[in-house]
Design a protein around this ligand. Sequence first.
Ligand code: ADP
Ligand code: ADP
Ligand code: MG
Length: 447
Amino acid sequence: MFNKVLIANRGEIAVRIIHACRELGIGTVAVFSEADRGALHAQIADEAICIGPAATKDSYLNIQAILAACEVTGADAIHPGFGFLSENSSFAKTCELCGVTFIGPSYTSMDMMGDKANAKQTMKNANVPVVPGSDGVVNSVEEAKEIAERIGYPVMVKASAGGGGRGIRKVDTPDELEAAITAAKTEALSFFGDDGVYLEKFIVDPRHVEIQVLADQYGNVVHLGERDCSVQRRNQKMIEESPSPIMTPELREKMGEAAKSAALACGYYNAGTVEFLVDADKNFYFMEMNTRIQVEHGITELVTGIDLVKNQILIAAGERLGFTQEDVHLSGHAIECRINAETPEANFRPSPGKIESLHMPGGNGIRIDSAVYSGYEISPYYDSMIAKVMAYAPTRYEAIQKMKWALAEFIVEGIDTNIDFQLNILRDQDFETGNVDIGYLGRKGYK
Ligand code: ADP
Ligand code: ADP
Ligand code: MG
């Protein structure tokens, strides 16, 4: 087992990883930027080391500084969390060259899945159903026009290196195609340093349903059921739940098997998520595989009782999975609301600043993963998510009722948040009845 794990991340996911290490009796090293001197993860870790200025390229994306911190502290493994370097295969490779274990899949698996256009090809070959579209990236507007004509409008232009809902454009008619490609390429270049885009048929009003997988280094792969992440604004997730309101045991079995095939096709180990779109007829299509822990992993932990982060560490240390598919039982219902420092009334503009006072709810069936505290200054440099509130109960209805009192008791003063916005969704009849797809918030006027 590792002696010391360095957490190459910040915020609530860094805190979550520190907790898992603690439970396993492993030492922890936090890294922080100059803007994060007061951050919770830097305060609770066994050791903390400054890796550079606030800008992410100088700190949380600074591979040299992070590996130097490993060297100085004697950490023998790195957990990348999500975002930042978590899906950067050359970082994973550099870790290996430096003799530090990267807690995640092999860099070859990451390469196979990281390029989303190529990943779809790999999935096609493994007989996993994919969204119809271009074979790989498109090289010219003319080529794109031909493909769009063939698959039929509307189409999606998507960044091959994309993530976090960036670099995606919907195109309804041929005359919009060129501008959409230019816009997606520009956004992709600035976010991912790669302007490759591919084309996909736009699936009308699907649900986003993703399967969590865990695999060890000896070819054992299990799936831990699904998460429904259909409540999205601008292709970014806002509320997630498990199980999906539309799931049946038969569909879960089919999607679970497809997700396992996806993992096997790229020689995957560690935790990963296979994302699908599910249409009104319950046809499902592979969209992408996220080769890291996911923001919404906690709801899967609640319904399965399996700790995903501890399993990530154990798998990376070379242990075998301690259970088989038959041992995985889903029970109850879990919902997560992402709480962001933002102003919904001002087009969800980020709202950084000092939290003057804070009350976080707690009680039967409520879990909160967060890294904020009273007096904490939210930096404008990083993601605006400040907490994830999860509610767990025997049924979906009861989980929603719990979430309502929890959010009503969640008080943040000094900055704006989306708490009231979330409460309004929970009270909405379409949400209550599970009548939600990825177009849901857009139809309610939140574009
Ligand atoms: P998940 O897929 O885990 O539900 P998101 O897609 O919202 O979560 O992305 C997880 C986090 O990582 C978000 O904070 C997002 O801003 C960030 N992120 C995702 N992809 C990238 C990327 N390629 N580069 C930088 N940050 C990213
Ligand atoms: P990212 O890497 O940014 O997470 P995804 O490929 O997972 O990108 O797509 C993000 C979201 O965009 C999906 O959850 C879905 O809401 C929407 N989306 C993506 N592809 C399509 C499509 N072909 N048709 C309809 N919606 C789509
Ligand atoms: Mg995605």
